[in-house]
Ligand binder design. Structure first.
Ligand code: ZN
Length: 61
């Protein structure tokens, strides 16, 4: 089961314990899944205030 960062919602790669944003607040309890391929041109990325491409969870508890 993948885990997600509570701070930036990024999906954490298998085996990593720290997110790329520097947070180690990581949860297995998350819902929804979004892949941002073009952060500048994506409406979802704008709504979620995502600045980088990647895989993100919509909700992280
Ligand atoms: Zn993060």
């Amino acid at each position: 089961m993948d885990r997600a960062c509570r701070d930036c919602h990024r999906i954490i790669e298998e085996g990593k314990t720290v997110c790329k944003c520097g947070s180690n607040s990581i949860s297995r309890d998350w819902n929804g899944y979004v892949v941002i391929v073009d952060a500048e041109g994506s409406e979802i990325a704008k709504k979620m205030e995502l600045k980088n491409e990647g895989r993100y969870a919509l909700k992280v508890r």
